[in-house]
Design a protein around this ligand. Structure first.
Ligand SMILES: [Zn+2]
Length: 254
């Protein structure tokens, strides 16, 4: 299936590249091919976007090989002797693997399977549910770590998902290049999709390596973002209950 696509692609490569405005993407590479296909289909592939519909599992080793070569070039440009420095030997491949398999994994794999359970019996749960999820992410601007916690609150709707799924969804959204504001929106959207709950809130507090390790070298870069939907936004009582719960969670986790 792919070979046919690759063949068509090779035959039309020049036209495709021209159409795709393929600035800087080298020809005949897996990443170049995938980027051209996404461009042709109008698929956005920003650092925070999931592109798992385009990147198959079997592409990953090939993409890691291509990224390794590119990271080797970066190290060479930085005048780091990766041939003789024992700590820099293999760094290019370590970086490539880390990006694909860890810190940006949420771009390349499909979302966690969030099996839901009906919550429609007479004695169904109708209260608020607040889940605390540890987050590790990376800012798109500087590729520095973003470290924090998300508190996800919903008013239970017609279905429920397993408690660990909230965290899996949040981490899947976080393991990309991101902005905290975007991450907050992404988590809210995915939780809404998985639970069908229109009333929800997501509060994130995180520190940012790009403000602590460089730039202003802030001692604390704690940043807070909130997305509120439905009654979390419109009902002062619900909003207060959400933030009271967060406070209780914070006391508990200290
Ligand atoms: Zn940054």
């Amino acid at each position: 299936m792919y070979d046919k696509a690759q063949q068509d692609f090779n035959e039309n490569e020049t036209a495709l590249d021209a159409m795709a405005g393929d600035g800087g993407y080298s020809e005949g590479t897996r990443h170049g091919y995938l980027a051209s296909v996404m461009r042709r289909n109008g698929k956005r592939f920003w650092a925070g976007d999931n592109i798992s519909e385009y990147v198959q599992e079997e592409h990953i080793p090939e993409l890691i090989d291509e990224a390794t070569k590119a990271f080797e070039k970066v190290l060479d440009c930085l005048l780091i002797d990766r041939e003789n420095d024992p700590n820099s030997k293999g760094t290019a491949r370590r970086l490539a693997k880390m990006y694909f398999n860890e810190i940006m994994e949420g771009r390349y794999v499909a979302g966690p399977d969030a099996t839901s359970f009906p919550n429609d019996s007479e004695d169904r749960y109708e209260g608020m549910l607040v889940v605390r999820s540890e987050l590790r992410s990376m800012c798109s601007h500087h590729h520095q770590p973003v470290t924090g916690v998300a508190y996800i609150g919903i008013i239970a709707a017609q279905k429920l998902i397993g408690l660990s799924k909230y965290t899996r969804i949040a981490q899947w959204c976080a393991r990309r290049g991101t902005l905290q504001e975007e991450l907050c929106n992404d988590i809210a959207r995915e939780i809404e999709k998985a639970t069908g709950a229109p009333n929800l809130g997501v509060y994130i507090q995180a520190t940012h390596g790009c403000c602590e390790n460089r730039g202003i070298m802030a001692k604390s870069s704690l940043t807070q973002t909130t997305v509120l939907k439905g009654s979390f936004k419109d009902d002062a009582g619900v909003k207060k209950e959400f933030f009271d719960n967060i406070k209780l969670q914070q006391e508990y986790s200290c």
